[in-house]
Design a binder for this molecule. Structure first.
Ligand SMILES: Nc1ncnc2c1ncn2[C@@H]1O[C@H](COP(=O)(O)OP(=O)(O)OP(=O)(O)O)[C@@H](O)[C@H]1O
Ligand SMILES: [Mg+2]
Length: 365
């Protein structure tokens, strides 16, 4: 089954809802995004940040207040959802309980008035593709959550959409099934080479699935990149804290030159690489330091030693809280059996990995 992959281009789309009590609600603000043909992009962000609204505008279920939506070179902004050739998977699957699975999957083909022979062929093909061959005559209330999810996927792809859109499709499943199904979705997406936008608030899901992640906050896209880009070079404190965990340490820029940035953090001078983030002399900044990039060494009696406050042993790693002057650091140390476990109350030297430290604007975002 081949598909005609077309990319998606969002040009400054916004959505304003008029709310009875809250007045104008900007659910989505000037979002621009390009998804390459066959690419898998997730929209990731906390509840209420505008993910569903953005996805519904791509689908055509919602008309943008401003901006335009393109599929390939075609401007589809004015087209209704049923004219856009999209597959959409809803959070609650939205299956038809009174119809057998075969008819649930066949629905989009019947709307298109395909022949009976073609419908039978196409439904069989996608049922096999999602691992549900033989379930054609069942009803949705006879299926498990994971099976219903597969039916919803089969129904979305049977029409050979140009674009596949999924809104938190795994949120009703238990943790183990979620991990299994996300691998299935990725496999299917790669097999069909279908341009996909996938909405989730789960950072791990986004990192496991997507070619690129668009992080949303307050209706805007704040950063787009691969999981590695976002983790290693978060654009702001929100991204740094939303993708993985991070320490945000107040610091001041003392000076910059061609080769590096001199900052002071907790009374200690640090020299960071020039590309650690935007910095001008005198500026208050925050340093984003990942817990696993901080190394604790047995105390050497240095003035700026820290003290272990607490530890949680988790087998492959130990999580420490360490008081360092006025600051409390969250530190993760791997392979504790081999490297030893520190005890609460122990004095420790603190080594920051300088090329793992990012400079972020100082003000709270
Ligand atoms: N039809 C509507 N009328 C008024 N306000 C709306 C409407 N739909 C969404 N909103 C508001 O727009 C904002 C974004 O909603 P949206 O559903 O896009 O968020 P979301 O990121 O999908 O959240 P969640 O993760 O909880 O599903 C919210 O503040 C919401 O209350
Ligand atoms: Mg939503």
């Amino acid at each position: 089954m081949e598909s005609i992959a077309r990319g998606i281009r969002l040009e400054g789309i916004s959505k304003v809802f008029r709310h009875q009590t809250k007045g104008e609600v900007w659910a989505v603000r000037e979002v621009s995004l390009t998804v390459a043909p066959g690419e898998f992009v997730t929209l990731l962000g906390p509840s209420g940040c505008g993910k569903t609204t953005a996805l519904r505008m791509i689908a055509g279920f919602e008309q943008p207040s401003a901006g335009r939506v393109f599929f390939g070179e075609q401007d589809v902004t004015a087209l209704m959802a049923n004219q856009r050739n999209i597959g959409f998977v809803f959070q609650n699957y939205a299956l038809f309980p009174h119809l057998p699975i075969f008819e649930n999957v066949a629905y989009g083909l019947r709307v298109r008035k395909e022949s009976e022979a073609e419908i039978t062929r196409a439904v069989r093909e996608v049922m096999a593709l999602v691992g549900l061959a033989g379930y054609e005559r069942q009803f949705s209330n006879q299926l498990s959550g994971g099976e219903q999810q597969r039916v919803a996927l089969a129904r979305a792809i049977v029409i050979r959409p140009q674009v596949l859109l999924l809104d938190e499709p795994l949120s009703n499943l238990d943790a183990k099934l979620r991990v299994h199904m996300r691998a299935e979705i990725r496999r299917l997406q790669e097999t069909l080479h279908i341009t996909t936008v996938y909405v989730t608030h789960d950072q791990e899901e986004a990192m496991a699935l997507a070619d690129r992640i668009a992080v949303m906050e307050g209706g805007r896209i704040v950063q787009v990149g691969t999981a590695e880009d976002l983790y290693a070079r978060p654009a702001n404190a929100f991204v740094a804290q939303f993708i993985g965990r991070t320490n945000l340490l107040p610091a001041r820029v003392r000076g910059t030159d061609a080769s590096g940035v001199e900052v002071e953090c907790n009374g200690r001078p640090l020299r960071l690489p020039r590309d650690s983030g935007p910095a001008t002399a005198g500026q208050a900044v925050r340093l984003a330091v990942r817990p696993e990039t901080i190394e604790l060494v047995r105390a050497e009696g240095g003035r700026d030693d820290g003290e272990v406050v607490s530890r949680v042993f988790l087998g492959e790693k130990v999580e420490y809280l360490v008081r360092w002057g006025e600051l409390t650091l969250h530190v993760i140390a791997y392979s504790p059996i081999q490297r030893g476990v520190l005890a609460p109350g122990e004095r420790v030297g603190i080594r920051l990995t300088l090329d793992g430290t990012r400079i972020l604007p100082g003000e709270a975002s």
